[in-house]
Write a protein that binds this ligand. Structure first.
Ligand SMILES: [Zn+2]
Ligand SMILES: [Zn+2]
Length: 645
């Protein structure tokens, strides 16, 4: 057991806050879970009580105005200490809560984590991630669910923070293996619902439990409250998770947008409420840990759109993340202002927008929309096309437009292409390809040279600080980011007064136990990735993917040979086929060379070895490998077919 922290109760009131608040007016009750203790209205500072500052009197030591001023300074200092301390007047010191991230720490995407008490467990988010280019034939990665199977009987529910794929993308795959009540706000559950339709597991929608923000829900040993948060998708939430050990706050993905498009800023009051009540641990979004200042408000992008749309002479083609309904709404608004009709093109864009409209998160007059085939009939200056492909995906509409292969849209030199997005790490090259292809057509491109053409959905440093100050947790665990982001977030937390010993930077598969006494690393739990082929929505076994990697990197040789056992030689000319090793013009010479190796190999087989064909095959592979590595520095896959007469 690796002890991270066993600190003694700090002097800042983290441990004895209960005592401080225990005065005549607010007798300390039991510490039962669910009970909400209000901060006393009149704190009893009798030892320091100062005289009435307006009476012109003296303080208890008989001193005049200077003495009274000194008393006020002392009292204010004490008040600061009290308000900054994490009071921990809530929850039992003996109880603990366990946390194990199974994805999303030290990597981008695939977020999934498990909170556990002794008797029950909840899973927070079940996201997917994208494969690296060498994972041939793999479309998405989902988390390894082995640990969830191991604690199957404890799982009381699955809790969803928001509708991004890195948080919900793997839910249908999990449900095919095991089911539990699935809690979330309407948009994420509706999106999961449409995935269940695609995966033909419609009956599992019975597990959906729609939650109301600000209304805690009992899930096993947990009480979970969804707290409204701003992000780059509608209906995102932070979670307040309360157990007998106290409350932990999981921010989910967040930014602090004070002028959001829908007018609903983060629910600071609930965050502050929990902060004042006492929070055991804060798990906070680390994505933008290196960004200084505040992330700009989503509403700023609308002004850039207005500017670009008003200057554009021809059509405007705008591409962004299909999940960002507020971005799309702003583009549609700008279009309306400048007399443009809107064509929405791309499957996920159409699907997400119609869902957001159906749920009434965004509202538009249907008359503003036109179909893709109607674009050509309209004057260019009256058209806005909103489309998918802002990450350069080669299946998406923008890519097909860029290579002139889209059915309805052929890019013209008079078009203005607006890419309202930033590359997700790993996608830079594909975006660059699309931008270059568009550039060749002579169209105007508005991309990252406009600083306010896109804003992030994640908190920069000042927002991360604000979150820490509101929650003032006892312990801090940075989540959602690579190791470098987590460590930077740790620095930020230290600058906000969280002692270094109270911060745990952990990675996927590490389980920690959190109690008022400290954080302990307990053990490793199994985590990893499962490869998925999207064509069949099924797993590709890892050995298949490794074989493909080997094939791509090293090539393959197929050998067919017939051995005359008595004569100890090849009875006919062997057949050698190789792929991915030598150019066609060298193939004959190469094959001849290998035939020579086969010939001497066969002559070397001892008669008693014929009883074990597996061994002969293995020895042949070794001999071939040795030879090929010497000449080509490659280790191809070797497939021998040996027939003995
Ligand atoms: Zn997100
Ligand atoms: Zn995320």
């Amino acid at each position: 057991m690796d002890e991270i922290n066993t600190e003694a109760p700090p002097k800042d009131g983290a441990q004895d806050g209960g005592k401080r608040w225990r005065n005549k007016r607010t007798p300390r009750g039991g510490k039962r879970m669910g009970e909400v203790k209000e901060a006393p209205k009149n704190r009893d500072h009798s030892e320091n009580r100062v005289g009435d500052p307006f009476s012109g009197g003296v303080n208890r030591n008989g001193e005049g105005w200077f003495g009274r001023m000194r008393d006020a300074i002392t009292a204010n200092k004490k008040s600061h200490e009290e308000r900054l301390g994490c009071y921990m007047n809530f929850g039992s010191k003996e109880k603990s809560i366990r946390f194990a991230p199974l994805g999303g720490l030290d990597q981008i995407g695939g977020n999934i984590a498990v909170f556990e008490t002794e008797k029950s467990a909840i899973i927070v988010d079940v996201g997917m991630s994208f494969p690296t280019p060498e994972m041939h034939g793999v479309d998405i990665l989902i988390p390894d669910f082995s640990y969830l199977h191991a604690i199957k009987d404890k799982i009381a529910g699955i809790v969803i923070t928001h509708a991004h794929e890195d948080h919900i993308g793997a839910v249908p795959y999990l449900f095919k293996e095991l089911q539990a009540p699935l809690y979330g706000t309407p948009l994420p559950l509706a999106m999961i619902g449409s995935k269940f339709d695609e995966h033909k597991i419609i009956a599992h929608k019975n597990f959906f439990r729609f939650v109301e923000k600000r209304k805690p829900v009992k899930i096993g040993d947990f009480e979970v409250e969804w707290i409204h948060m701003t992000h780059s998708v509608i209906d995102a939430c932070s979670l307040a998770i309360t157990t007998e050990a106290g409350t932990v706050i999981h921010t989910g993905d967040f930014k602090l947008d004070n002028s959001p498009i829908d007018g609903f800023p983060p629910d600071y009051h609930r965050l502050a409420y929990y902060g004042e009540r006492g929070v055991l641990a804060l798990f906070s979004d680390s994505t933008n840990s290196f960004n200084l200042g505040m992330t700009k408000s989503e509403s700023i992008v609308g002004k850039t759109f207005d500017d670009l749309f008003s200057k554009a002479k021809g059509r405007v083609i705008m591409s962004t993340f299909s999940s960002n309904s507020h971005r799309i709404a702003q583009a549609i608004d700008s279009a309306r202002k400048f007399g443009r009709k809107v064509a929405v093109i791309g499957r996920s864009m159409e699907k997400n927008l119609s869902l957001a409209m159906e749920l009434e998160y965004v509202k538009f007059d249907q008359k503003i929309f036109i179909d893709a085939h109607e674009v050509a009939k309209m004057p260019d200056s009256e058209v806005l096309v909103i489309t998918t492909g802002s990450q350069g995906e080669n299946q998406a509409a923008l890519f097909r437009m860029s290579i002139n292969e889209h059915r309805h849209i052929h890019i013209k030199p008079t078009d203005t292409i607006v890419i309202s997005a930033k590359a997700i790490p790993g996608n830079e090259a594909s975006i660059s390809t699309v931008v270059n292809q568009i550039a060749k057509s002579g169209a105007t491109i508005a991309y990252q040279e406009f600083s306010e053409i896109h804003v992030s959905g994640h908190a920069a440093q000042e927002e991360q600080k604000m979150m820490i100050r509101l929650i003032k947790p006892r312990f801090f665990i940075p989540v959602h980011g690579e190791c470098q982001h987590l460590l930077k977030h740790k620095e930020t937390a230290i600058s906000c007064g969280i002692p270094e010993r109270n911060i745990a930077v952990i990675e996927d598969g590490e389980q920690i136990d959190i109690s008022a006494q400290g954080i302990r690393k307990i053990r490793g739990v199994r985590c990893g990735k499962t490869f998925i082929d999207n064509q069949i929505n099924r797993e590709v076994e890892s050995d298949v993917v490794y074989d493909r990697q080997n094939l791509a990197k090293e090539g393959i040789i197929v050998l067919i040979m017939q051995i005359d056992k008595k004569e100890q030689k090849l009875s006919t000319k062997p057949s050698v086929m190789s792929y991915g090793l030598v150019a066609q013009k060298r193939e004959r010479a190469f094959n001849k060379e290998l035939e020579g190796v086969l010939d001497s190999f066969v002559r070397g087989i001892r008669p008693e070895e014929y009883g074990n064909m597996k061994m002969i095959e293995n020895n042949l592979r070794q001999a071939m490998k040795k030879h090929i590595f010497r000449s080509l520095k490659r280790y191809p896959i070797i497939v021998p077919n040996i027939f003995v007469q």
